[in-house]
Write a new protein. Sequence first.
Length: 336
Amino acid sequence: MLTAAIIGTGGMGGVHSKCYKTMQENGQAVTVIAAADIIPEKTAGVIETHPEARSYASLDELLANETPDIVHLTTPSDTHAALAIQCLKRGIHVFSEKPIALNLKDAQAMCDAAQVSKGYLMIGQVVRFSEQYRYLKSLIENLTYGKLCSLRLYRAGQAPGWDARGWFLETERSGRAPVDLHLHDTDFLNYLFGKPQAVESHIIDDNDSLSYINTRFDYPDMDIRAEGGWVKAPLPFTFGYEAIFDEAMVVMKDDRGTLYPVNGKAQPVTPENSLTMESDTNLSDMGPYVAEIAYFHECIRKNTPPVEVTPESARLSLEIVLKEIESAKIEKKIRF
């Protein structure tokens, strides 16, 4: 049986905790043995879901008393590198929420630590495990409706409100919406096509609850754009894409999609393996979160490093987003 500890028990910590509960209910041999948070009483939710788990006030305290196989880092983004490296040096497997880090130096340090550790490092780039997006990937790779001509990705909503200390709004802790939210779509483009030739971005940001980015990515023979961020209006969280192929168009909005073949009737696209559960975040479709954690467990059991999301790939996604931010600052296209 694989044992896990959750570090940081706010909104995403609760999501990971409930994913483990779902995995247990589906017969997987996993258990959460510990949880830690700098506000110890916040571990109560994890302890309620996993009565066998013990509560701690820090990762140091937890590791002094526990030997988990896996540590989940659902802490503020600026803490990922130090905590991950601490665990990897002990040979512990690390599943860290995105982003891998907030700067390339820390991201590279995490990649280097993973290279020499007995433990694996995987970053929670969850969109790669979403059936809505895997469907799009299959259409592109299989040329099902011919070549992809244009793709627009988007995701937007109000700034996260489930962090007890308000760190999401602090640039030095979260990177704000370009790194915290828009990164998902940038990472998916990296997953599909790798590094773009150039990016050209525009950002609107009031240093408070408005943070929005719009980027054009230069890939050969395609028009690729992505936009998204936090808005002040009470907009329910929304995401999706519009893909134009030679012989069809696909429009996906949240968990509903429609395929429009050039020579046929419109037909619904229904993602598979979706799982809905309550959480303290703006998330409802939990299937991809369970899938990515289950995949990490499978890699550990098979003693094979994760390939769906490698540390190096997550680092590249961060590099691309940082180039987008730089492009917006200098108001010019930036080439790689």
